[in-house]
Design a protein around this ligand. Structure first.
Ligand SMILES: [Zn+2]
Length: 113
């Protein structure tokens, strides 16, 4: 199985590292983005559909970071959040065609490369 290896955010490229038994500070995690190291860690203990969901979750953390959303609480509304998500997903899908198709369809798409 071919797993996505990188996430191009435009402003940085994140390496994806897969491993069993992922823990961050003694807490079991499904996934984690290390923004300082530019690494996304994915726990492979979960079944494949959940692994894809976890990777999409971590990608959204990166996309939202790219449109200026950090750790602080903010006020937003449906229209603003939808606009940020739409632009983030469009940019993300163009920069990461293999990863985007893999997240949506899994192995069930034809990749001529
Ligand atoms: Zn999260």
């Amino acid at each position: 199985m071919t797993l996505p290896k990188t996430i191009d955010a435009g402003w940085a490229v994140f390496e994806i590292r897969y491993s069993a038994g992922l823990e961050i500070e003694s807490e079991k995690m499904f996934g984690y983005v290390d923004f300082d190291e530019r690494v996304v860690r994915i726990n492979t203990d979960a079944p494949l559909p959940m692994l894809r969901e976890t990777l999409l979750h971590e990608c959204l953390h990166i996309i939202f970071a790219g449109v200026g959303l950090g750790e602080e609480k903010i006020e937003t509304n449906n229209e603003n959040l939808t606009e940020q998500t739409t632009k983030g997903l469009m940019l993300f899908s163009r920069l990461n065609p293999f990863l985007f198709k893999w997240l949506i369809y899994g192995e069930g798409f034809y990749d001529p490369k």
